[in-house]
Design a protein around this ligand. Structure first.
Ligand SMILES: [Zn+2]
Length: 378
């Protein structure tokens, strides 16, 4: 990853390059900020720049042996540490055991989200973390001499997932690593990092991308027409991962939007027969899609509630969604929004836990009839 492949953040890039150029890259640097800003990509570009043997024009060259090894995520002196699911029976304990999945996760991806990683790992209900075995391996790596570069890099993605035992083992090495070792930590939530680790790092905070920056990313990188890019950027609220996910699932979102309109109309007119048919049709599309649909319905219930406040800066809707909300939003109010959202949340978790989707879905749609008739709480 070269700096030039990452959009925006020109002042942060200059600062990072300057740290390397002047030999002042801290032993432990923490790059933090909200998801979808390109932190991990910047950390990778920094490591590649540091280890490039032919730096020129303010960037790594992209073709020296070191850069080529970075590109294939195969550099002997570049060590990746990230949250994993420990599977003892399969011999999967630490990040190194998950390198194939890590390469798949990062290949062609500048903006990488936690959800993308969970999907790549096929994590199911487990919560990946950075365990004490990983800390022991980091100590081993830090004590090894370098193999091909004068400096080795340990990149820790999401240090907020380090448990206390693992963190305790790393305190000393992060505070005083060997001269030839640099730690780069990349965090989505710096306030969740254990203070003992946090206090031993120098920090760079990456701001959210602006709507304008996401728009140009979509127009220039994905050939999206400017008007559509503007809508996606608005909905993404500074998170490039959200914008790109929306782009991926655009067809599905339109389908969900049309179902939302139809369900609300049928529920308002108390058309139980139509609701039953719709519940059956929806259930047949599979559990995962049902959960995404319910998540969309929940979001739309909230958006419509907010729409009544007439504070457009708080709304994240596409023009089509807004079109419907103009007349529909008064039906979602203080008297029913909580119950509606809570119903759909429990329906999603019941369906995810293998409950009968037809029954759960029909029950949830029926309850909408009651919710829509509830009075406003004054
Ligand atoms: Zn190079």
């Amino acid at each position: 990853m070269k700096f030039s492949e990452i959009p925006a953040h020109s002042s942060v890039k200059s600062r990072l390059k300057q740290m390397v150029d002047t030999g002042r890259l801290p032993h432990a640097l923490l790059i933090s900020g909200p998801e979808g800003t390109g932190k991990l990509a910047l950390a990778r570009a920094l490591a590649q720049y540091l280890q490039c043997t032919d730096r020129n024009g303010g960037d790594s060259c992209g073709h020296c042996p070191s850069c080529l090894q970075h590109r294939s995520l195969n550099h002997a002196d570049m060590h990746y540490v990230f949250p994993v699911v420990k599977k003892k029976s399969e011999g999967l304990l630490i990040s190194n055991d998950y390198l194939p999945q890590w390469r798949e996760f990062l290949s062609g991806r500048t903006f990488a989200s936690w959800q993308d990683w969970l999907n790549t790992l096929d994590a199911g209900n487990s919560r990946p973390a950075i365990y004490v075995d990983e800390a022991e391996n980091i100590l081993r790596v830090a004590n090894m001499s370098t193999l091909s570069s004068p400096i080795k890099v340990v990149l820790i993605w999401l240090p907020e997932k380090l448990g206390p035992d693992a963190a305790n083992k790393l305190l000393k090495i992060i505070e005083e690593p060997w001269e030839d070792t640099r730690f780069i930590l990349v965090s989505n939530n710096a306030s969740a990092i254990l203070p003992t680790i946090f206090s031993r790092t120098q920090r760079i905070n990456l701001p959210r991308l602006t709507a304008r920056e996401i728009e140009s990313l979509l127009v220039e990188g994905y050939s999206i027409n400017p008007q559509e890019a503007q809508t996606l950027a608005h909905v993404a609220d500074g998170n490039a991962c959200t914008a790109l996910d929306a782009l991926d699932s655009q067809g599905e979102t339109e389908e969900f939007a049309s179902l939302f309109r139809e369900v609300m109309r049928k529920a308002y007119s108390r058309d139980v027969k139509a609701l039953r048919e719709m519940a059956d049709k929806i259930a047949a599309t599979g559990r995962e899609k049902n959960c995404r649909l319910l998540e969309y319905f929940t979001r739309m219930a909230r958006e419509n509630f907010i729409y009544n406040l007439a504070m457009p800066e708080l709304n994240r809707m596409t023009p089509e969604e807004e079109n419907f909300s103009r007349r529909f939003s008064p039906f979602i109010h203080s008297g029913n929004v909580e119950a509606m959202v809570s119903d759909m949340d429990s329906a999603a978790s019941d369906i995810a836990r293998n409950a009968n989707a037809k029954i759960v879905m029909f029950d949830t749609l029926l309850r909408l009839i009651v919710h829509l008739r509830k009075p406003v709480i004054k």
